[in-house]
Write a protein that binds this ligand. Structure first.
Ligand code: HEM
Length: 353
């Protein structure tokens, strides 16, 4: 049979299709990190965070053990001159939050976990949201997201010298290790302070920018305990205690903004700023109601630190962007693993969309 000539237009179409396919493969390869194996991807970070037996489905890939709360943020108005964000204008704004422990294991005993966290979402009437996830440590263990990945790898390594070599190459690490090894354990979430550690920019009405970090400082005294005494309180003490405490009365934290001065290390959360930096008390968080995480209001929230209202923005700190990518990946995984998603006993069906 004589071969039919392929019409010219068809050749053009085939080239176009081949180009689209090649482009898509290249794009997928790039986003998947296949073209640059050294690139830090959210997948690598989650693999580093996973316990030795593998990630626990249905749960946050870090800070997996937690409890929800609802409450109010009352802005004092004292920070309104620093930022045009509505959240700093005097007023009351609803909050959904989550007290949590820095572990990928939702069943970990409280006494085995050193780092405590606070996830917060404040919503203002202009339909903006400010989300933040903070920890109680005064500094982060390492200076960069890449170094955090290195730390996760060293901590999970079978090589007995892995941590020693990691520490030798990261002179910033001992500050965090010193805190972790010696700081007392507050007996309650209520007596725990939480720090942003990452730096952000505030923008005022005239467009002027100011770098800040923030902390939520508790009104309740910390009741400091040794690691052993704290562990003796029981494996789920923190959630049980805060549930009882808040049922008896609301608990409060003051939002303190710390203002950077020129030269302060805004891009490195492992380095504290000098103690004498100006501080502004921007408002009070009141925790009014505790709710378990299964079917609770915080369960479906990704406390992504890059979700910011106009008037607060990212600084040169590389962490929030890296965190955002890892949190999104964790969120997508856990919400799709709905068979294991935290639900009340007896509840059936898929979680809320
Ligand atoms: C590159 C560094 C980091 C990585 C890879 C990382 C990873 C993660 C992941 C995967 C989650 C679970 C997210 C979800 O499923 O919703 C998480 C939660 C959390 N992280 Fe990070 N994190 C990093 C740095 C930090 C820093 C610097 C802080 C605090 C200053 C922090 C505080 C928290 C807190 C409090 C939560 C729990 C929030 C909640 O209740 O949902 N993380 N992190």
């Amino acid at each position: 049979m004589a071969r039919q000539p392929v019409p010219r237009g068809a050749i053009g179409s085939l080239i176009l299709i081949a180009g689209i396919v090649a482009g898509s493969v290249a794009a997928f390869s790039y986003t998947g990190g296949f073209l640059s194996p050294g690139r830090l991807t959210p997948e690598k970070l989650l693999a580093g965070l996973a316990p030795s037996g593998g990630a626990i489905p249905g749960h946050r890939r870090n800070h997996a053990k937690g409890i929800c709360f609802t409450g109010t943020f009352r802005a004092s108005g004292a920070a309104a001159s620093l930022s045009q964000a509505r959240v700093f204008a005097a007023g009351d704004y609803p909050v959904i939050g989550r007290f949590n422990l820095g572990t990928p294991d939702p069943q970990a005993a409280d006494g085995t976990v050193r780092v405590r966290g606070l996830g917060l979402q404040i919503t203002t009437p202009d339909r903006r949201q400010w989300r933040s996830a903070m920890i109680d440590a005064p500094v982060f263990p390492v200076a960069t997201p890449q170094a955090f990945y290195g730390l996760l790898q060293a901590a999970g390594s079978k090589d007995p010298d892995a941590m020693k070599s990691f520490i030798a190459g990261h002179p910033e690490f001992p500050a965090f290790a010193g805190w972790a090894g010696s700081a007392p354990y507050p007996a309650s979430y209520a007596g725990t302070a939480f720090n942003s550690l990452n730096s952000f920019l505030l923008t005022d009405a005239a467009g002027r920018q100011q770098a800040v970090r923030w902390s939520f400082r508790p009104e309740a005294p910390p009741e400091p305990m040794s690691a052993a005494d704290f562990a003796g309180l029981g494996p789920n003490h923190l959630a049980e205690e805060i549930t009882k405490r808040v049922a008896q009365g609301p608990q409060r934290w003051t939002l303190v903004l710390t203002l950077a001065e020129p030269g302060d290390p805004t891009a490195d959360p492992s380095r504290p700023w000098p103690e004498d930096r100006r501080r502004v008390e921007a408002g009070t968080l009141t925790v009014e109601r505790i709710q378990p995480e299964p079917d609770g209001p915080c369960r479906d929230i990704n406390f992504d630190p890059t979700i910011l209202p106009a008037g607060i923005s990212l600084s040169d700190d590389p962490f929030p962007a890296a965190r955002s990518a890892a949190y999104a990946r964790s969120f997508n995984l856990r919400t799709s693993e709905w068979k294991d998603y935290p639900r009340e006993a007896g509840a059936t069906g898929a979680p809320r969309p």
